[in-house]
Design a protein around this ligand. Structure first.
Ligand SMILES: [Zn+2]
Length: 454
C-alpha cells in the first residue's frame, strides 16, 4: 500500500468510527423520560386554561413555554376497534406502540400480553414511577404496568401494582387495597396495604407523610376514591399534582441508570364529563404547575426527555361567541367563571336528591353568583333536555345545569363523553426531534424507546 492510500484508509476508518459513535450516543443519550398526560385535555381545554391564566391571573402557562422552546405535533388516537378512544386503549397505545381494543389493559387485540415502556425501562435497571390525581388503579397508570382483560378489574390491578416494584405509586382509590370488612372494596379479604409493606413499600396517605418519606419504594394513596378536584383540594390533606411530581423526581433521580415517570392529570376528564368548567380550568392549571416541576428538572438535567400530551378530548368543549343579549362577539366570560365556588360534586351534595325550585335558585346563586330566571330554574328542575336526548344527558343534573349556564359562561359542550379531536403532543430534550407533524399515539412509544436506545 502506498503512502497516499494508507492516509486515505486511515481517514476513512476515523470517519466510520466517528459516525458509529455519534449514532450510538444519539440513540442512548436519553437517561430519563417524563411522560405527562392530561386526561381528557383537548386543545380547547388548553386554550381556555391559557385564556384564564393570561387574562384572569396575569401569568403565562408553562405549557406554552414548553411549546416555544421544544417541539409540537398534532396527535390522533384511533384504536383497533374505534375512531373514538377511552383512556385504557389510549394509554396502552402510548405505553406499547400497539393499536388495541377498548378497555383492555396491557393486552393486545390478539389476547397476548404486551410489554410496556415502563417494563423495558425497569429491565434496564432504571427507576420507575406512576403518579395520578385519579385512582392509581385507574386505566392510565394501570396501562403502564398491569395486564388485565378489562380496566374495571381494579382489585386485580391493585394486586399487580403492589407486586410491580414500581418505585413510586401515587394516586387515589385506596378502597381497592382494603377488604370490605374494613370498609374497602375488596371481596377477597386481602389487605394489600399490609402486603405492599411486606413487599418493601412505605405507605403514605397525606401530603406531609409523602414529603417526609425516605424510601426507594413509596405507595401513596391519598383518598379512598379519586383524589379531590383541585378546586376542592385546598383545605384537605392531599398533595397537589406538582408536589407528587416533585417527590417522584426526588426519589427516582437517585438511580444512576435514570428513570421513567408517567404523571397524569386524571381529573380534567372527570370535570369535562360533568361539564364542570371551573374544575377543568383549575385541574389544567394544576397540571401546568406539575409540568413546571418536570420542566425545571429537565432544564437542569438535559439528558431528560419531557413529553406532554393527552389521551383524548372529553366533552367537545368550545368557546361560544355570544351572550344572551350581545350583538357582537364577546367570547368566554372568564370573570363569571372565576366566581365559581366549588366542583359539581360539592354543589350536588348541597342540592340533595330532589331539590325544590327555591333550593336550585339558592345553590346556583351560591356557587355561580348567577340569578337564574324562573323558566331556567324550571328547566333544571324538570331536566327538559333529558326528554329530548336522554343518552347525551346521562349525567342529567350536571348536563342541564351546564346547559342553563352556557350563555352566562359562554362555553358549550357537544357531548358528555369523549371525542376524536386531535390532541397536542409536545416534547423537549433528546429524542424529541420526531415530535412534529401529524403523529399517531402509538408513535409515542417508539419515540420513547428510540430515545432510551432500547
Ligand atoms: Zn373519560
Amino acid at each position: 500500500m502506498n503512502k497516499m492510500k494508507k492516509v486515505f484508509v486511515s481517514q476513512m476508518v476515523v470517519l466510520a468510527l466517528v459516525l458509529y459513535f455519534s449514532v450510538l450516543s444519539f440513540a442512548g443519550q436519553t437517561k430519563n423520560i417524563i411522560l405527562m398526560i392530561g386526561d381528557g385535555m383537548g386543545p380547547s381545554h388548553v386554550q381556555i386554561a391559557w385564556l384564564y391564566a393570561t387574562r384572569q391571573l396575569g401569568k403565562n402557562l408553562v405549557m406554552t413555554e414548553v411549546m416555544d422552546n421544544g417541539r409540537t405535533a398534532y396527535m390522533v388516537n384511533d384504536t383497533a376497534d374505534s375512531t373514538v378512544t377511552e383512556s385504557a386503549a389510549a394509554a396502552v397505545q402510548m405505553a406499547t406502540g400497539v393499536k388495541v381494543l377498548a378497555r383492555a389493559i396491557g393486552i393486545g387485540p390478539d389476547g397476548k400480553v404486551l410489554k410496556t415502556i415502563l417494563e423495558m425501562a425497569k429491565e434496564k435497571g432504571k427507576a420507575t414511577g406512576l403518579v395520578t390525581t385519579s385512582g392509581i388503579t385507574d386505566a392510565t397508570p394501570a396501562a403502564f404496568v398491569a395486564h388485565v382483560g378489562h380496566r374495571s378489574k381494579e382489585d386485580v390491578i391493585a394486586e399487580q401494582l403492589i407486586k410491580s416494584n414500581v418505585n413510586i405509586l401515587f394516586g387515589g382509590r385506596k378502597d381497592f387495597f382494603i377488604p370490605e370488612t374494613e370498609k374497602g372494596k375488596r371481596k377477597d379479604e386481602r389487605n394489600l396495604l399490609m402486603e405492599a409493606g411486606q413487599n418493601g413499600y412505605i405507605i403514605v396517605e397525606t401530603a406531609e407523610e409523602m414529603k417526609k418519606a425516605q424510601a426507594e419504594k413509596i405507595l401513596g394513596l391519598f383518598n379512598k376514591e379519586n383524589m379531590l378536584f383541585e378546586i376542592d383540594r385546598k383545605e384537605s390533606l392531599e398533595p397537589s399534582l406538582a408536589e407528587m411530581t416533585a417527590k417522584a423526581i426526588e426519589v427516582l433521580q437517585r438511580n444512576k441508570e435514570g428513570f421513567f415517570l408517567m404523571v397524569e392529570a386524571g381529573r380534567i376528564d372527570h370535570a369535562a364529563h360533568h361539564h364542570n368548567i371551573s374544575a377543568v380550568i383549575s385541574d389544567t392549571l394544576a397540571f401546568d404547575e406539575a409540568i413546571k416541576v418536570a420542566y425545571d428538572f429537565q432544564k437542569n438535567c438535559p439528558d431528560t426527555l419531557l413529553i406532554v400530551t393527552a389521551d383524548h378530548e372529553t366533552g367537545g368543549l368550545a368557546v361560544i361567541g355570544h351572550s344572551q343579549t350581545s350583538q357582537e362577539y364577546v367570547g368566554i366570560n372568564l370573570e363569571a367563571i372565576s366566581k365559581i365556588k366549588g366542583s359539581h360534586e360539592k354543589r350536588n351534595k348541597e342540592l340533595g336528591k330532589d331539590p325544590t325550585p327555591e333550593k336550585i335558585k339558592e345553590v346556583i346563586k351560591k356557587y355561580y353568583e348567577v340569578d337564574l330566571k324562573d323558566d331556567e330554574v324550571k328547566g333544571i328542575k324538570e331536566n327538559i333536555l333529558s326528554k329530548l336526548d336522554s343518552r347525551h344527558f346521562r349525567y342529567d343534573r350536571d348536563g342541564i345545569i351546564a346547559f342553563m349556564l352556557r350563555l352566562y359562561h359562554r362555553i358549550g359542550w357537544a357531548t358528555d363523553s369523549h371525542t376524536a379531536t386531535p390532541l397536542f403532543l409536545w416534547g423537549i430534550g433528546p429524542g424529541s426531534e420526531k415530535i412534529k407533524g401529524w403523529r399517531h399515539n402509538t408513535e409515542v412509544f417508539f419515540i420513547m424507546k428510540e430515545a432510551y436506545g432500547f
